[in-house]
Design a protein. Sequence first.
Lengths: 113, 114
Amino acid sequence: AQSVAQPEDQVNVAEGNPLTVKCTYSVSGNPYLFWYVQYPNRGLQFLLKYITGDNLVKGSYGFEAEFNKSQTSFHLKKPSALVSDSALYFCAVREGNFNKFYFGSGTKLNVKP
Amino acid sequence: DGGITQSPKYLFRKEGQNVTLSCEQNLNHDAMYWYRQDPGQGLRLIYYSQIVNDFQKGDIAEGYSVSREKKESFPLTVTSAQKNPTAFYLCASSAGRTSAPEAFFGQGTRLTVV
């Protein structure tokens, strides 16, 4: 069965420090992996995706994510956090030939000045 | 502007009423989805449609119904059979292509039972 796990409900980081939001996945075929961000009372905004190729993918707002096939992980990273990065982050997976998405439970990122 | 439009943004329902949430997209996407989000929880799939005139139940379809008569529209009806409908509802669409597999979301409809 396909699934996504975000082991941390909340991540706290000081502004200017690097941040990591963790995600692990389980699919039976080749995965498409995604990160989304949600601000209060808004829809999800697409940040980045992994389809194939380089394990390090770059996305919007300076975010990047590292795909690790052996650890079935797709952690979101940013070298220097901003207070405006504070939001709810979701990891998602889609199995290659299917149109169904599976989302993690979300991680609340708090960036303190 | 291309995108997904959900309306209304806020909706109030009385006990026993059916209500319909609108979702329209002009991205020419084949696949469309409805998700429910409760406070502190992730997204749960209600229904999805991969093509016009076809749709499948998701994980929590009971008490909901959908139609897909046009490619650009995927309305969700919350029926009186849904006992706890207060939630934030999100509509999404995707092209389904391997080169562009991501989903795009509308801004959501917050439904409250009064």
